[in-house]
Design a protein around this ligand. Structure first.
Ligand SMILES: [Zn+2]
Ligand SMILES: [Zn+2]
Length: 336
């Protein structure tokens, strides 16, 4: 393989600014790292929260992107599990300290010393990217590079939210029908659940899209569904949706907040939480979540609806995610 010294990257220099196109040195892998030639990188709503400065203390300057698909180009001296040329996926959970109480309890998603791809370490909006091989995934052959990218966060973290909704949730609501919901709706339908899709009022495109994926009902998020839900997952980062979803679930029902950031939740009467309804958040992912989701995604098989941009169009892709005008997921197609 040829060994270029420079690579293209889209870089966040300070919060609230547009990403800048730069040429920079190709990084060198540390002992347990691999250097990946990036082929595709998904654009997640979390990237928008990082770029907008809604998440504290990002690495700066930063290469965003935590849904990275590519080929192993170089191996660190202690890197195991992959060989040169293997296809590999890099998720949000870049690495953990493997020693804090959460790691020792099998809850590495809550690790005190976690490193997050495209947030506290550089990610995949670039021609090359480093990753700790112990946190990377081999990807099922059922998916092309572009289709596999959104599975790595929208899919994985979405799947953790989906599991938290409870195995018995037969009627399942999705508030916000974007990248994560469109993937998990397919898993839910495959598992025989009824999906109710809530979108922005007037967004008939998203409602049609949800029905085409097997949702039994689609409507605006300020409307009550025709039947009460067993559980609801909030993927839209809108605090007002928490009381709306609580009103829509049955006694004992669960409302799962699947995003990393949300606007403030307005106060609401205790009455709508009472009768053992619960509200919970989901943070990050464990490697086990990833393995389970990729296995089930290949079985369904989950089809990601994607809108493709070039690396240099990263700012436009982020704007597309912001306005919610894309059906499905935005993905950058990248060539070294
Ligand atoms: Zn830890
Ligand atoms: Zn993400």
């Amino acid at each position: 393989m040829n060994d270029p010294e420079e690579m293209r990257a889209m870089v966040l220099v300070s919060a609230g600014k547009r990403l800048q196109r730069v040429a920079m040195p190709v990084p060198v892998p540390g002992p347990t790292q691999i250097l990946i030639e990036v082929h595709a990188c998904g654009v997640c709503r979390t990237d928008l929260h990082v770029v907008d400065g809604e998440l504290p203390h990002p690495k700066l300057p930063l290469i965003p992107g935590h849904e990275v698909v590519g080929k192993v180009h170089r191996l660190g001296e202690k890197a195991v599990g992959f060989k040169l040329g293997d296809r590999v996926g890099v998720p949000w959970l870049g690495s953990t300290d493997r020693s804090c109480r959460y790691c020792l309890e099998g809850r590495e998603n809550l690790c005190d010393g976690a490193v997050f791809t495209g947030y506290t370490t550089d990610g995949g909006y670039a021609a090359y990217c480093l990753a700790d091989c112990r946190y990377c995934y081999a990807l099922p052959g059922a998916f092309g590079d572009l289709e596999a990218a959104p599975l790595l966060c929208a899919g994985l973290v979405g799947y953790r939210s989906y599991r938290m909704a409870g195995r018995n949730a037969e009627r399942l609501g999705f508030y916000g029908f974007g990248a994560a919901a469109h993937l998990l709706a397919q898993v839910a339908v495959h598992e025989g659940r009824k999906v109710y899709a809530f979108t922005r009022r007037g967004d008939s495109d998203a409602q049609r899209f949800a029905l085409s994926l097997g949702a039994v009902w689609a409507g605006p998020s300020d409307e009550m569904p025709p039947e009460k839900l067993d559980a609801a997952i909030l993927f839209a980062p809108v605090g007002e949706l928490v009381p709306a979803a609580l009103r829509a679930v049955v006694k004992g029902g669960t409302v799962v907040c699947g995003g990393i950031h949300m606007s403030d939740i307005p106060s609401f009467p205790y009455q709508i939480l009472w009768e053992e309804r619960s509200v919970r958040s989901v943070a990050n992912l464990t490697r086990q979540d990833g393995r389970e989701f990729l296995e089930i995604a290949a079985k369904v098989p989950v089809r990601a609806e994607i809108t493709v941009f070039t690396l240099e169009q990263a700012n436009e892709a982020l704007e597309g995610v912001r306005t919610g005008r894309l059906n499905g997921a935005a993905v950058l197609e990248i060539h070294a």
